[in-house]
Ligand binder design. Structure first.
Ligand SMILES: [Fe+2]
Ligand SMILES: [Fe+2]
Length: 319
């Protein structure tokens, strides 16, 4: 909705009150609308991180395109990698519109990624060592992403909510693709079954970390509160992690796989899954680009960005 010029003349407190009223009534905020600075900055950070994680997230699976075990699997994983890059492009466009008043562009997003200022999701710093890992990424990482992203389908910021609608529809295919790989391995030889158990064992903590720390005291920030206050999302990190447990633990166990956490159980009285906390100091290290594959993947992105820069420059020349 385009705001009237009389709105522009209002003092900031009144504009904020009107803005909050719009959010409360479920009205969508659009790129050209007035918005408080912390709303804009929170969205830029969230959407840039999401967009860049889609792009960095394509890298572990890209490594499996030449090594996929059959033509059918190769085509499927290639299509998924392509989709993820597309999600990244879509989201970075949304972030760029928000950055326009700050005179910043995609160039700054990439520079921030390469300098370490802009973080990408912890799971994409991990090594995809086996075909089991490639399957697990689709099944459980995309599965986790569906849980966090559907929680933002009604985000107060219209362009993000609309982009997520399309992205989530494609993520469902990704999760099915991953599930198909895992099912085939689960029905296979002893060696294949051992391969997926090994993937679960190595990826479990990263999957728990995917949803972020449970409360602000762990990080010293209250990012969750800001996103919830502005109705960008509705559930906390812990609620999302619990949703993931409820959806996937029965599925993992039904395949005869074991969780690498003997303390994991559902507490009926509290209605919550009880689990062993991952090492959150390790999480902080990973997202600071000190994960197993952080440097290598950033280097790859940098090479691809610098060697393809001439295309961007050629396209931006006006004749
Ligand atoms: Fe994606
Ligand atoms: Fe995906």
């Amino acid at each position: 909705m385009a705001e009237t010029s009389s709105f522009d003349l209002l003092p900031d407190e009144q504009r904020l009150a009107r803005f909050m009223e719009r959010i409360e009534t479920g009205e969508k905020i659009e790129a050209d609308d007035w918005m408080p600075e912390d709303y804009r900055m929170t969205l830029i950070k969230l959407i840039s991180m999401h967009g860049i994680s889609e792009i960095m997230g394509a890298l572990p699976e890209k490594e499996w395109v030449p090594k996929a075990p059959s033509l059918k699997r190769k085509l499927a994983i290639m299509a998924k990698v392509q989709d993820e890059m597309g999600h990244g492009q879509l989201l970075l466009r949304v972030a760029e519109d928000l950055m326009e008043p700050l005179l910043k562009s995609r160039e700054h997003i990439i520079q921030d990624l390469l300098s370490g200022k802009l973080k990408f999701h912890n799971v994409f710093h991990m090594e995809a060592k086996t075909w089991g890992d490639a399957g697990l990424i689709g099944w459980l990482v995309d599965g986790a992403a569906i849980i966090t992203q559907t929680n933002m389908l009604n985000a107060s910021y219209g362009p993000y909510a609309r982009a997520l609608k399309r992205i989530c529809a494609e993520e469902v295919f990704h999760a099915q693709h991953g599930e198909a790989i895992i099912m085939a391995l689960a029905e296979g030889t002893g060696k294949q079954k051992a391969m997926i158990q090994d993937s679960i064992d190595r990826w479990w903590d990263a999957l728990l970390m995917f949803f972020g720390p449970g409360d602000a005291s762990t990080t010293g920030t209250s990012k969750q509160d800001i996103t919830m206050k502005y109705k960008i999302r509705t559930k906390t990190n812990e609620e999302l992690r619990q949703d993931f447990f409820s959806k996937y633990i029965p599925r993992v166990l039904s395949l005869g796989l074991k969780l690498p956490d003997e303390t994991m159980h559902f507490d009926k009285t509290e209605g919550l899954w009880k689990y062993r906390q991952p090492d959150w100091s390790q999480f902080k290290q990973i997202i600071k680009n000190n994960g197993p594959k952080s440097r290598e993947r950033l280097r790859l992105r940098e090479i691809s960005y610098t060697s393809n820069k001439w295309v961007l420059e050629a396209l931006s020349v006006r004749v």
